[in-house]
Write a protein that binds this ligand. Sequence first.
Ligand SMILES: Nc1ncnc2c1ncn2[C@@H]1O[C@H](COP(=O)(O)OP(=O)(O)O)[C@@H](O)[C@H]1O
Ligand SMILES: [Mg+2]
Length: 406
Amino acid sequence: MDERTASQLPSAPHPPPTVEAVHGALGGVLDPELGLSVEELGMVRRVEIDGDGTVRVGIALTTAACPLRGQIGADARTRIESLPGVREVLIDYAEMTREQRADLMGRARKEAQRRAPATRVPATTRVLAVASGKGGVGKSSVTVNLAVALAARGFTVGVLDADIWGFSIPRLLGVASRLQARKVDGKGLIQPEQLPVGDAGGRLRVVSMGLLLDDEDSALMWRGLILSKALEQFLTDVEWGDLDYLMIDMPPGTGDIQMALARLLPQAELLVVTTPAANAQKVASRVADMARRSHLMVLGVVENMTAFVAPDGSRHEIFGHGGGRRLAALTGAPLLTQVPIEPAVSTTGDEGRPVVTAHPEAPAAAAFTELAQRIAEELLPPIEMAGCTARMADLLAGIGAPTTEA
Ligand SMILES: Nc1ncnc2c1ncn2[C@@H]1O[C@H](COP(=O)(O)OP(=O)(O)O)[C@@H](O)[C@H]1O
Ligand SMILES: [Mg+2]
């Protein structure tokens, strides 16, 4: 990848610029997706200046086929050429290693965190956003069951229903009370509904539009809000207190709420839920699109409704086969679990008693409990999918899938 681009400028009477001056010029070159300069991101690998005014610069990109390469290179060239004493600019590009890429995304995320408006979610809280390409795949079921399974381990787990008008968390958890507000430092803060879980001291703190609506004032207050603003209020006007985890039930797709999440909680990790029948390429392109425009990490893929095992032991793949594995292969994120189709997931959900506590022996409950254990003990987000989106950009270009879909 030693492609060189050169341009000849009229011979310069000035002495060549210093290395510092070139770094200074590069400090103005922004990575358009990450919003930080290539200097801040550590992408400038080498600056060499010959006595005749030839400047050689090495720039490391997240991926060789970075679609932003031309833009970054042209900007770098223009800025260096504007320095007195520059006769020629030679830029070569290198591809970052996996570690370098992770480091770069870490810096971008830190910067996003620095810029993020303050929320009432503690910085130490691990935020898991449950997302999907479309509705009806089991996001809300995954959210509540994982939240309860984590709380059963003794954690304090926030459950934020970010499916603002399509809320289902109150029904799934059997909560019907109205949330109260309390004045804290002169500001009215919404108090989450607190539910004790198990006997290890764990609990849930639940917030959903469904727990606010009956109240005339708050209904009026919320009705006019655009969705992203509603999410912001849920994060800034709720007294979450100390949380070990915050589970966010996202609305389907990759709209305003997803972008608001990335802006407000850049530390969020995505759990992508899919069914075995889902068009993995479509889901992957949506996830990639979202991850690219944010700095969100993908923790992994949850395949839900994998197969139905009848009482006689026969296995029925009612909703198809392989969607989770295909999505995992396409995104590079691991397939974390496959949750079987089980009527108990649905019936207990209707009764407000998640299957993990109502029928802990059920295979679906076991899948959730095991996943919660792995999240608590071993699973860390394995891949970075932003900036020049590493593998995703290449893969999607390779298979010709659209990278943006409504
Ligand atoms: N593993 C499962 N087995 C059986 N039914 C399920 C399972 N997961 C979800 N369901 C049911 O599928 C429907 C959609 O699930 P839900 O969690 O509301 O999806 P989403 O939030 O993605 O729209 C619900 O009726 C739910 O009870
Ligand atoms: Mg839902």
